[in-house]
Design a protein around this ligand. Sequence first.
Ligand code: B3K
Ligand code: ZN
Length: 864
Amino acid sequence: MTALKKPQAQYLKDYQAPPFLIDHIDLTFDLLPLNTRVTSVMTITKKIAGVADLVLDGIDLTLISITVDNNAYTDYDQRDEQLVIHNLPEQCQLTIVNEIAPKTNTSLEGLYLSGGAYCTQCEAQGFRKITYYLDRPDVLASFDVTIIADEQFTHLLSNGNKLVEGKLDNGRHFAKWQDPFKKPSYLFALVAGDFDVLEDTFITQSGRTIDLALFVDKGNLPKTPHAMASLKKSMQWDEQRFNLEYDLDIYMIVAVDFFNMGAMENKGLNIFNSKCVLANQQTATDKDYHTIESIVGHEYFHNWTGNRVTCRDWFQLSLKEGLTVFRDQEFSSDLGSRALNRIDAVKVMRTHQFSEDAGPMAHPIRPEQVIEMNNFYTVTVYDKGAEVIRMMHTLLGEEKFQQGMAMYFQRHDGQAVTCDDFVAAMSDASGIDLAQFKRWYSQAGTPRLIVKQEYDKLSGTFSLHIEQLAPLNQPDNAPLHIPFAIELLDQQGESVPLQFEGQPVDHVLNVTTAQQTFNFDGLTTKPVAVLLEDFSAPCIVEQQNTATELLHIMRFARSDFSRWDAQQQLFIEAVKGAIATPVNNQLDPAIITALRGLLVAQEGDLALIAELLKLPSFDTLAAEFNVIPVDQLVAVTNQFELQIAQQLRSEFLGCYQSLIDDGSVSATAVAIRALKGMCLHYLAKINALDINQLLVSTANSHNMTNVLAALSAVVKADNPLAKELLNQFDSQWRHDVLVMDKWFALQAMQGGDDAIANIKKLYDHPCFNFSNPNRVRALVGSFSHFNTAQFHREDGAGYQLLGDLLVKLNAINPQNASRMLTPFMSWRRYDEVRSVAIKAQLQRLALLDNLSDDLYEKVDKALQ
Ligand code: B3K
Ligand code: ZN
């Protein structure tokens, strides 16, 4: 590959403490769209004697002046993306004035304009697009911030407490903020805009009153109560479960429309993508409600895990992200259904993380080499990182885990630390040796476990032989410490107590070597083994369980997660069987019977029943094959779904009609809507008058979960109703772009050979905008991830569409471009025709003369 530039990688092994510290920074922003003036006054201390140069980071800045202790200073050099100041005294006050142009900043990193409001995004390295600084997380400073802007920007916000505000000449005004907590630059935030505000208060466990404020675009107040309620629940939960209380007197959240991720945990001033804040029953689905609660929680929980204790360097990102994802998962599980939350988390692991871990971007949860840090906000660092924390929780138990957390804060509050520091606190507080366990931080790839079962009738002994194999793409990995949870079921479905030679055996087995055998005795018949209960470790398990045993687990396992897991396994085996032997592409009647039983009995959590009825996603199935059989997977899953729909038609209809949705957001109503939606999903495949009436009336209801269930059912089933219902939705919702994102996603999932032409036409829709990441992901992201048949067309037109988009986004917003590139990363796993076509798109990108570091890193790895 002949890329024109080769950006430099940074390595974990090269870490060095900063030679200078910045204890305090006083920032003044004179906000204007094209020439915002930033004045930065820093208190600098030299930490390492003999170092002559202070090397500050700075990108796209216009330098105006440098002053040292109030004297003009000229002993400096400007290099590419750096300002090198020579011969500074041991201690000094350094003043730098520079200008930036928020209006032309489309990268959505640094200071930019989002729909008329100024806002910032500094993590990971966006602060250097605002002013010259030691833009690294181990430099902790106290911040004073003065914002000056036109009076039309009624709210001038930054971190911490507002000290003073007032009027200035020429229609301008100002506000001054002070953050009492020292922080790294990535947690700095500034917002200036005209908003509606929802205010509330929270009283902490120690009796302090915290002011809460949620800033949204004018007119959006009716969509804010859920986010505010989520914030209060988060604050309370963190006190109850982790004994962590909020520290400042004010907590602000601002919702903006142009944002690269979900949200950002800036100290005291979170900035959120508006789609992760705004919700009401007409415009947001139950899933949106859940996502909002979990993201509001996630950002709040960062206040301790991330802000009070932060990362020493960016290689340690999982220190805050893995831990905070674990915390938000626990929050959702304590407040809602633990099983469904676990199912969601495991789906992310099996569909996205396993594939990342097996592909060219595979990296350990603590990466060792990075070109563009923004490329490492990955499912590996976040979600596998959370699984690693969860495994420690499993090994230690809740009580010792909380003792470990307490020790972590006691040792490191106010510091920038490493993943090793976290594990040391866990191990020291619990007395549990985690030395081997730490390999999870440095080894990439998904371990494979081969489990063989043996039963000796004579002695009543059951044995599990577990072989631990290194991931295929990481053959040199050493054995990991894997907490392997199990349950043994007898023929009646009762849980058998685990014992061996008179001693009880814990249900979490410690797998630590390449080959191990675990024995259990006192059994009268061969038990059915539930393996890797609750997905106790992020591994792939190859097992011997038969279809009959899987059905037994599906009925009787104590873990609802494992019941679902067994059902998935049944589906996966059926799909694999049908592809291997194409003549037999019918689902086993025993599976249909089991599904019928679920629909008729409607026992337990209805949302779980909905999940049990769902076939594994394309990505989950694809993971089972070395070369992904695209056409066969699409054909077999369609065939299975049709078979289920036809054979259970009356049960689906009966179930749909028997369930009454009261329109509330209670867990019961949410579960009812989930199951009714699943019924519609199958029924839409049957073209009949009574069913069409049902679909149309649901699509016309006033609850977005129901509306979307009907619409996505008709779109996915290629039902002729789709066109008309989509047009109707467009005219109803054109005024609300967030709702239109759902419409763009539905449009992108339409089958038929005009799918690609349709997407190109939608680029001209008045609501579409290439600069808005939400729009781009809704339309093209949904297409590349969920419209398998059209995206993977053999003529390469789907790949061409994505390639064209990436060329465009590379210039507008490299971070978003890089995220959108993901489906191309696994190009080697497709057949010859498809892999050649994807590779051609990657090579085309490699030749771009303005190729961003973000894309370079991934394209280069993909083509290596
Ligand atoms: N910490 C931010 C993510 C920043 C991403 C920078 N590219 C949101 C979060 O994980 O809470
Ligand atoms: Zn986070």
